[in-house]
Design a binder for this molecule. Sequence first.
Ligand code: NAP
Ligand code: ZN
Ligand code: ZN
Length: 351
Amino acid sequence: MSNQQVRAFATEAAQEELKASTIIRRAVTEKDIEIDILFCGVCHSDLHTARNEWHGTIYPNVPGHEIVGRITKVGSSVTKFKIGDLAAVGCMVDSCRTCEQCQQNQEQYCEAGNIQTYNGHDKHLNQQTFGGYSEKIVVDEHFVLRVPENLDLAATAPLLCAGVTTWSPLKHWKVGPGVNVGIVGIGGLGHMGVKLAKAMGAHVVVITTSSTKVADAKRLGADEIILSTDNEQMEANASSLHFILDCVSAQHDVNAYLKLLKVDGTLALVGAPEHPLPIAAFSLIPARKNFAGSTIGSIQETQEMLDFCAEHQITADIELINIQDINLAYERLLAGDVKYRFVIDMASLKQ
Ligand code: NAP
Ligand code: ZN
Ligand code: ZN
């Protein structure tokens, strides 16, 4: 087998739009799987990276790390999958496999740094990794997930990032019955956080800047809703939450949200705005509060989350788009005009 050229959508620079292009996928090695990509979710991280908002983008850049598809080739020593199976790839495609974190099934915290699905380093081809806005992807089977057969495939794609990125901290901070959890920012991540926290048995409080999302929040599973732009509502809910998951993509005043925590409460950031977020010492000190962060989730956690979603019939609320509409979708994402995840129908790439 040899390397192959496949169709993709790429951007050449931070100020450029994404457009049709081609990339090289490596020949399938003995442990690899080739997936024909059927759907790919559009994460705000795709936009941050395409526009170099995190200051490390290697161009050309092909975003996309919420990938579902069907297996078209398997390497000679692959054991988990066979040709024709559904399969999924999330935010990582490799790690060192030997460090303490990798040994403990926490590849996302690999001490050498996990290899991201896009804008990472493909050691086989000695080039940047390219993501899911493409026809096919070749990945080591260890980083490929089994997809439940009973879920809508397009609506399953966002579970690969938005799902596991909210699942992992909710599990880590033991969210479940008896826990009041606040979810801040009801976008792709936030809406999954609400669904998952509710299914885990927690008391779920949505904290949003958008009055238009109040009605939806109940449907997603919220027990209570706080409009964060309304000071009276924020004051009335001071010291009420055990844990807050902050899924906000832009600058915001974290101190205002920390006020909502009880003594010993934790606010964990998964949202990753471009600029630092100032924290006042007295937002943390008087009630021994914790300010934390969390990145994606391990392969084991991703599979557990997918299986949990299959059992509880949980998928994302999506709007299906053609790849040719991706630049417009980014503008709408920035404007908060998505309920709640764009997913690209990759058949459109062949148009
Ligand atoms: P998204 O769909 O654009 O959602 C972001 C939400 O943040 C919006 O829907 C909005 O919710 C809220 N928001 C936006 N601007 C705000 C502002 N100025 N003040 C307060 N709230 C604001 O984005 P996403 O795909 O869910 O991603 C969210 C963030 O998580 C991004 O920064 C992304 O890069 C990051 N991320 C991190 C990880 C990780 O591993 N830690 C993984 C994936 C993504 P309301 O309308 O409800 O206020
Ligand atoms: Zn993502
Ligand atoms: Zn490692």
